[in-house]
Ligand binder design. Structure first.
Ligand code: ADP
Ligand code: TYD
Length: 203
């Protein structure tokens, strides 16, 4: 394909169901003839995966958390995301800067201006072309997480934390309605996939 690839991100509170669709979504794009890279944040490069391990498992302040996720993001952008997009490859990424706005901003209480400053520094010129926001009641998301896996530093947070994260996501989505699509995470996996398939045809 010629031209710049598209940048698609999946967002939502832990347990909302987004990761269940990321690989599936990339396959649908490949069926349509796109070259696709699937990646995640924090992560996606050797250095950023090491940072992920720290951020998910070691105690640290809110500011260190924010600086580390943006350091990992800079490496990921430099080595993976920007080169792929420039080559015409589509990038499907499990979380991006909306997660920082939601978790460090909404969840931890970091001032929005501080996060906006880091965002302008690291990617002043780039935003996802499409962001699917999986929206689910925090109590239901917690039930799904408990059934599925052991908790990391974020997943161990209480419902009030995830209520704030969800609120920050919704506010961010309201600021960019053309970029975001809200996915009702309470629906079945099949009905969510039908909705995603309909939308990807518009990208
Ligand atoms: P996330 O990536 O948002 O943290 P996952 O995709 O890992 O969430 O899903 C968390 C758990 O919920 C998994 O056990 C998954 O099988 C289950 N799950 C995902 N989507 C749905 C859905 N639409 N309905 C019911 N359970 C779901
Ligand atoms: P996630 O990618 O959902 O992984 P898993 O499903 O394997 O637990 O989890 C990454 C965690 O990192 C998630 O709890 C949100 C958090 N996070 C931030 O706090 N800030 C960020 O900028 C990013 C990208 C993630």
């Amino acid at each position: 394909m010629s031209g710049r690839g598209r940048f698609v991100t999946f967002e939502g509170i832990d347990g909302a169901g987004k990761s269940s669709h990321v690989e599936w979504f990339a396959e649908r794009l490949r069926e349509r003839g796109r070259t696709v890279v699937v990646t995640r944040e924090p992560g996606g490069t050797e250095l950023a995966e090491a940072v992920r391990d720290w951020v998910l498992n070691r105690p640290m302040s809110m500011r260190v958390e924010a600086l580390l996720v943006f350091a990992a993001r800079q490496d990921h952008l430099d080595r993976v995301i920007r080169p792929a997009l420039a080559a015409g490859t589509w990038v499907v990424c499990d979380r991006f800067t909306d997660s920082t706005v939601a978790y460090q901003g909404g969840g931890r209480g970091m001032p929005a201006d501080d996060i906006a400053l880091l965002e302008r520094w690291v990617h002043p010129d780039l935003q996802p072309d499409r962001t699917y926001l999986f929206d689910l009641d925090p109590a239901e998301a917690a039930r799904r997480r408990q059934a599925a896996r052991a908790a990391d530093r974020f997943e161990a947070q209480d419902e009030a934390f995830f209520g704030r994260v969800r609120g920050a996501y919704r506010a961010r989505a309201a600021e960019s309605p053309e970029r975001f699509r809200r996915i009702d995470g309470a629906r079945t996996i099949d009905s969510i996939r039908a909705e995603l398939e309909e939308d990807l045809a518009t990208l």
